[in-house]
Design a protein around this ligand. Structure first.
Ligand code: SAM
Ligand code: SF4
Length: 285
């Protein structure tokens, strides 16, 4: 990744040696096997997908996989001004952009490196390229960005964007994580002082729960891993760059697909995927 967001990565990262990371060809193979098994939606995320060398090679091929109806991408937006048009041309249906603040100095302190203007121009480029209902992802942090939640919703409405607020998860080995947790409930109550929020039954198969504002297009989502147990309706799994298949992000159980992929036996990969669905949990423990 080209950023070092405080809640996600340590400032000094040691990245994996190349041979431990799936090649783009291996990513395409594993995606094709999933799609062959009936998966019809694929989200490319990271790390930052758009800083991976030759990423468009993979996206262009995923975009034409028969049976894959919904190719989507989550990005920090830093490279979107140059990639929005090729992504659209390659068949990416929708983009999520991470944005925790609209203040340049604050943006720089959260991401440690990032330039807010690049992300805002990336968001504009996505709209100009024809992407609809691009979604902002905002990690809620007490004392860091909680004074901007109403402004972020207004920004989303003004720019025809959706927005999801995410409860901070204790992911990875982050040193000095401070006590910044805010629940979705608290943020929803805060937003309700300004906007009428109507619960929506929309469900993307993932962890977000949506609310609508009467007369507005923007959807307001909440991803609440702490305060809500959404596992029973989650149908997602994740493949890491190392080729590990996680049936749930909140659990440590994973299957290592990389050696099976590298053995060249696609049937064995298919079987390992089918087997790991059996350990997809029904709920948080
Ligand atoms: N680099 C891309 C981006 O930032 O959108 C894609 C990967 S990033 C890990 C995906 C999402 O996870 C981002 O919206 C980010 O804000 C969120 N995220 C990262 N660390 C998190 C944490 N500790 N708790 C909750 N969300 C987190
Ligand atoms: Fe990079 Fe995304 Fe993590 Fe920020 S949240 S450090 S942009 S992967």
């Amino acid at each position: 990744c080209d950023y070092r967001c405080t809640y996600c990565m340590a400032e000094e990262m040691t990245f994996l040696p190349r041979h431990e990371v799936m090649s783009l060809e291996e990513c395409l193979r594993v995606a094709s096997i999933f799609v062959g098994l009936g998966v019809n939606k694929l989200r490319i995320t990271g790390g930052e997908p758009l800083v991976r060398k030759d990423m468009m090679w993979l996206i262009e091929r995923l975009g034409v996989l028969p049976g894959l109806d919904n190719l989507v991408l989550t990005t920090n937006g830093s490279q979107l001004d140059r990639f929005a048009t090729p992504l659209r041309a390659a068949g990416v249906k929708r983009i999520n952009i991470s944005l925790d603040t609209l203040r340049a100095d604050r943006f720089q302190s959260i991401t440690r490196i990032g330039d807010l203007n690049k992300v805002l121009s990336g968001s504009d480029a996505a709209r100009a390229a024809g992407f609809k209902r691009t979604k902002l992802n905002t990690v809620m942090m007490r004392g860091v960005n909680d004074d901007e939640f109403v402004d972020l919703v207004s920004f989303a409405i003004d720019n025809e964007l959706d927005i999801s607020f995410i409860e901070e998860m204790p992911l990875g080995e982050i040193h000095g994580r401070s006590n910044t947790f805010i629940s979705s409930e608290e943020t929803r109550a805060l937003l309700a002082q300004r906007y009428e929020l109507i619960p929506s039954t929309e469900n993307s198969g993932g962890p977000a729960r949506y609310w609508r504002i009467p007369g507005r297009e923007s959807r307001i989502g909440f991803i609440s891993p702490h305060s809500h147990n959404f596992c029973d309706t989650c149908n997602r799994v994740r493949i890491t760059a190392k080729g590990e298949l996680y049936p749930c992000l909140g659990q440590n159980d994973a299957s290592n697909l990389l050696p099976i992929l590298r053995s060249g036996n696609d049937d064995a990969v298919r079987q390992a995927i089918v087997d790991s669905m059996g350990i997809k949990p029904f709920g948080h423990d």
